[in-house]
Ligand binder design. Structure first.
Ligand code: HPA
Ligand SMILES: [Zn+2]
Length: 333
């Protein structure tokens, strides 16, 4: 099954580019930018990636992002991720970035977006990998800060397809960002939001109702509200689930307790994604393999994750049809 998964065409819809910063590149950037790191080597840094919950991860993740300073740093980060996409046969990816993580420490919005976008253009030209950018608001910061960030997002409308919501879910419900999301919608952006990762099923309901999201990021705690599960099936609202992330951040104790395959079999539009692969121990193939080892599946079921992701993606109908045909041809090979 490993070979089938490795070569299966995949679409990633939940990837924080800052979370793809591998310790080796982090060390290289720190040297380039003359930043002192509190670790002796990439190996020792990697050993420190042992998280109790979402917040304990976020603290280390924001520290790591501090090594990113220049347009070229963001290019190198994104290029390294796209090389992993190529290795895993990821044919399309929708990349999150956190503008405030950088603007709050004096790195300009333009520096960040220009570096990421340049690598994405090269990724399409050299590897044929299509991609989109989604700018996320940090939910632990204020609504005012989100509105200010939106002004920058709006000036790069040619490069950014949508807005998202991430960071600490507890104590920062969707409601806090209802107005800025409404503003973004009116300006023509699509919307997504992290909900039901550490927060309650009610956050999923509120993200759908108050933020008009096209997809829910994570969403695994939907099972605490069976009426919600029914409505997710009826509406085919996509969930961008991140299995290895959920284990590392202790949303589930072990992979065999994860609910993604049960949700798939009930007809929920679930997808498999890597979230922050440099911190959680794996990219797309690793996530598919971890799920399939704990929950044996048919090839058709594995391919359904990609078909769900194609349907849930922000690409045009022609490209969706082309990608669906690729998956079906692969199944019939
Ligand atoms: O899994 C996540 N949850 C919330 N915020 C995040 N920022 C990066 N990864 C995550
Ligand atoms: Zn995430």
């Amino acid at each position: 099954m490993y070979e089938f998964i490795q070569d299966l065409p995949k679409v990633e819809l939940h990837l924080h580019i800052e979370g793809s910063l591998e310790p080796e590149l982090l060390f290289e950037l720190a040297k380039r930018n003359q930043i002192d790191l509190p670790f002796e080597s990439p190996e020792l840094l990697r050993k420190a990636y042992d998280f109790q919950d979402l917040q304990s991860f976020l603290d280390i993740y924001y520290q790591g992002a501090n090594a990113l300073r220049t347009d070229q740093d963001f290019y190198d980060l994104t290029w390294a991720y796209l090389q992993r996409c190529k290795a895993d046969n990821v044919i399309h990816t929708e990349i999150f970035f956190d503008p405030q993580t950088h603007t709050e420490r004096g790195v300009s919005f333009d520096t960040v977006i220009n570096g990421i976008y340049r690598a994405m253009q090269d990724g399409e030209r050299e590897f044929g990998i299509t991609s989109q950018i989604i700018a996320c608001f940090l939910r632990h910061l204020t609504e005012d800060s989100a509105f200010e960030t939106f002004t920058s997002i709006n000036t790069h409308k040619d490069k950014i397809i949508g807005v998202g919501l991430d960071s600490s879910e507890r104590d920062h419900p969707p409601e806090k960002f209802a107005r800025v999301f409404q503003h973004a919608k009116q300006a023509g952006f699509l919307t997504v939001a992290h909900a039901g990762e550490e927060g309650s099923a009610q956050n999923i309901v509120d993200a759908i109702d108050m933020l008009s999201v096209s997809r829910v990021d994570h969403g695994v705690r939907c099972v605490e509200d069976q009426a919600l599960v029914k409505s997710l099936i009826n509406s085919q609202m996509p969930l961008t689930v991140c299995p290895l992330s959920n284990i590392k951040l202790r949303v589930f104790d072990e992979m065999h307790q994860h609910n993604i395959v049960e949700l798939l079999r009930q007809g929920v539009a679930v997808t498999i994604n890597s979230d922050d692969p440099a911190y959680f121990g794996g990219y797309m193939t690793d996530n598919f393999v971890a799920v399939s080892e704990a929950h044996p599946m048919t090839k058709q079921e594995l391919a359904q994750f990609t078909l769900n992701a194609i349907n849930a993606s922000f690409i045009n109908e022609t490209l969706k049809a082309n990608y669906r045909a690729k998956v079906l041809a692969y199944l019939e090979r």
